[in-house]
Design a protein around this ligand. Structure first.
Ligand code: HXC
Length: 518
């Protein structure tokens, strides 16, 4: 019979063993790969490095069909914990690469699912730190069940608590679908790798030769696939981004976002907003400069900064309160909406609506991008996602038309008829079915053909059209917009809108769910 002292010593021994994961040498190897260990990541993430671990002493399940039954595997390669991040609790599952390459076995998966269920029950964000060789080959079918359960729980959490995935190592095969089911993916450059089939399999099947970084590195996903939301330089940076992102988000779908204001409106006017739009309507400008002169200084956090850059999706603050922003970017593809831009915007709108974040939309859109590739790629289906997302959103929606607002793309950028609660236009706004060149070509083709001086007549017709339609006033006269505002007054206008829409309640008939075009 052991003494109490011996029993306590045994506990300390087990705890120390668990803390070491795959052992000191394996941790050194992890550092040499440019990565932190699973627990070092948690220490950085939680306030003062403090967290409460659960299921720490879980071991490998030792299924008799597995060739690794009986092998010592502290925590089964998974560290699960909760603790405060900027004073608010989050639940985290951090894969331990020092144990069998962080591969996912039965108990590893069970621990992850437990952490998810705890985050759901307690209404706290769930964060997964991925660094894994995927399904643990020796535990085959149990690994597959584990992934299935992770996907199921990711889906159960969706729209209830924010879910953030950090890709800090390999994340390949079916494993990539758990991050894909979460709300945000933050990926570390060089060490993070995300793909369904790696370079070797691709070479064997299609003959294509590609490096793992080119195929599934952070910049490939940030610029080409659009699968990820943020790029981090290293593990520390990924954790900084996670904390910054959480600072904009509520704990769950029934709570409000964190407030950094005192409820009053802080009026800041940048006089150069009045001159930021070039006199030539074809000349581009940077919409980020406009946004930065309207929201709280330094508060913009761009989401998917490097993909579909013809549209901007951001979080920001107004008077210390979180807002979501969708804005056309006139210096890329003239701010046209295309397939990727529609998907990017729709995702952001849906997230903001699910978590009660007011949406502010800044419009300068000449239309949907014309082209065979766009049509055959399904721009109708993708563009419809934006119409659906805005129409289905019940959060406060404020739209400011900065310059061009043409045709269907004007509607897709949250026009009043799509349920915008407040709509304003700058005096530079052009709200019309199409631009003057296109309109004159359609309406006056016959007249121009017969004109004695077609060029001079066309110039006159263009001017007539522009004077009549390329202004905000016809829309204002018929109540299609609520107000025409001086650019410098935009912050004040939006601030008042946000305050007066704070108690917005929009009740719609109950249904199981709508059918967003996919
Ligand atoms: C068991 C694994 C493993 C796995 C790695 N290890 N992946 N063990 N199952 N899936 C082990 C290695 O054998 C090694 O053990 C240790 O982890 C570290 O791996 P290394 O290869 O030394 O590390 P590194 O060079 O950094 O390479 C990491 C890696 C590579 C790129 C992840 O290990 C790799 O390619 N692994 C296999 C990936 C894979 O094919 N996974 C299955 C995917 S299918 P020792 O004992 O030597 O230290 C899948 C289906 C899911 O996931 C479907 C869900 C729906």
């Amino acid at each position: 019979m052991s003494t109490v002292k011996e029993k306590i010593e045994l506990l300390h021994k087990k705890d120390a063993e668990a803390n070491l994961g795959g052992g000191a040498d394996a941790i050194t190897k992890q550092h040499e790969r440019g990565k932190l260990s699973a627990r070092e990541r948690l220490q950085l993430l939680f306030d003062n490095g403090y967290y409460q671990e659960f299921n720490k002493l879980v071991e490998n399940s030792g299924r008799k069909i597995s060739s690794i039954a009986g092998r010592k595997m502290p925590g089964d390669g998974m560290v699960t914990a909760c603790g405060p991040i900027n004073g608010r609790i989050a639940y985290v599952a951090s894969q331990d690469f020092t144990i069998m390459g962080g591969s996912l076995g039965e108990m590893h998966a069970w621990k992850m699912s437990e952490a998810m269920l705890k985050s759901l029950k307690n209404g706290c964000p769930f964060i997964a730190i991925n660094d894994s060789g995927g399904a643990r080959i020796q535990e085959a079918i149990f690994s597959l069940r584990g992934y299935g359960e992770a996907f199921y729980h990711n889906t159960a959490l969706s729209g209830i608590v924010p879910q953030i995935s950090i890709i800090a190592g390999p994340c390949a095969g079916g494993a990539a679908y758990s991050p894909a089911l979460m709300d945000f993916i933050i990926m570390v450059k060089n060490t993070g790798k995300l793909f369904i089939t790696g370079p070797a399999v691709i070479k064997g099947v299609t003959g294509e030769v590609v490096s793992d970084e080119e195929l599934g590195g952070a910049m490939a996903h940030a610029t080409k696939s659009g699968n990820i939301h943020f790029v981090a330089e290293n593990d520390n940076h990924a954790i900084e981004i996670t904390k910054q992102l959480l600072s904009y988000l509520p704990q769950n779908n029934t709570e409000t976002t964190p407030s950094y204001g005192d409820g009053s409106i802080d009026i800041i006017e940048y006089p150069d907003l009045n001159t930021i739009i070039p006199d030539d309507p074809k000349e581009p400008y940077n919409m980020l400069d406009v946004i930065n002169k309207i929201v709280d200084p330094g508060s913009v956090l761009e989401v998917k900064q490097f993909w579909a850059t013809n549209i901007l999706t951001c979080f920001a603050r107004m008077n210390g309160e979180t807002i979501g922003i969708i804005a056309n970017q006139p210096c890329v593809k003239a701010g046209c909406l295309d397939i990727d831009a529609s998907d990017k915007a729709s995702e952001h709108i849906r997230f903001c609506n699910a978590f009660d974040i007011p949406i502010v939309t800044f419009v300068d859109v000449p239309g949907f991008l014309p082209g065979v590739q766009q049509e055959h790629g399904g721009i109708i289906r993708h563009g419809a996602k934006m119409l659906f997302s805005y129409s289905a959103s019940t959060v406060p929606k404020i739209t400011v038309v900065i310059r061009k607002a043409y045709g269907g793309a004007y509607l897709a950028m949250c026009a009043k008829s799509l349920g915008a609660d407040r709509t304003a236009a700058w005096p530079t706004a052009e709200i019309a079915v199409m631009g003057s060149e296109g309109a004159v070509a359609v309406l006056n083709a016959k007249e121009l053909k017969e004109a004695s001086d077609p060029a001079a007549r066309k110039k006159e017709l263009l001017k007539e059209y522009e004077d009549k339609w390329q202004t905000p006033y016809p829309a204002a006269e018929y109540g299609l917009i609520d107000a025409v505002i001086e650019p410098v007054k935009t912050r004040e206008y939006i601030s008042v809108c946000l305050q007066t829409l704070k108690n917005k309640r929009e009740v719609r008939p109950a249904k199981k769910h709508g059918l967003i075009p996919m």
